[in-house]
Design a protein around this ligand. Structure first.
Ligand code: FES
Length: 141
């Protein structure tokens, strides 16, 4: 299985520890892979770390209320998370490569930072607390 690759543009948006020079060095300029088109489903409220690609962003459905979370993984256990819901009016976002698109009114967000790229949304995606325990990622609380 080919490892997803982070574009140089989006690597610049990640903290240095997440971008990892080793990960960037392995990326060919033509590589476009980045997360998945369909959200991953986290059974039992957690997801194996191995199922979340390194140097990429991946939407995950953790189940229950507010289930969609964008995981931004650098290397190893370096994972941060953002809400997978539009800040305009709360619609669930869809991932399209390096962006998250809102099907309701067309807002777009950067999939590495949660920044608004196109309105009507004006607020970035809020951070979500997650915990990496052993080989699992789960939401905090
Ligand atoms: Fe996303 Fe309106 S709910 S743009």
């Amino acid at each position: 299985m080919e490892r997803p690759c982070l574009s140089r543009r989006h690597a610049l948006l990640l903290p240095a520890s997440a971008a990892g020079l080793g990960g960037l060095a392995a990326c060919a300029p033509e590589d476009q892979g980045f997360g998945t088109a369909e959200p991953l489903r986290a059974e039992e409220g957690s997801i194996p770390l191995a199922d979340v690609p390194e140097n990429a962003s991946t939407l995950v459905n953790f189940g229950g209320q507010q289930p969609f979370v964008l995981l931004v993984r650098g290397t190893g256990e370096d994972v941060s998370a953002y809400s997978g819901y539009c800040t305009h009016n709360g619609c669930a976002l869809r991932q399209e490569e390096t962006e998250l698109d809102c099907p309701c009114h067309g807002s777009r967000f950067d999939a590495t930072s949660g920044e608004v790229l196109v309105g009507p949304a004006t607020r970035h995606l809020p951070s979500v607390e997650i915990v990496v325990e052993g080989d699992q990622i789960r939401r905090a609380s």
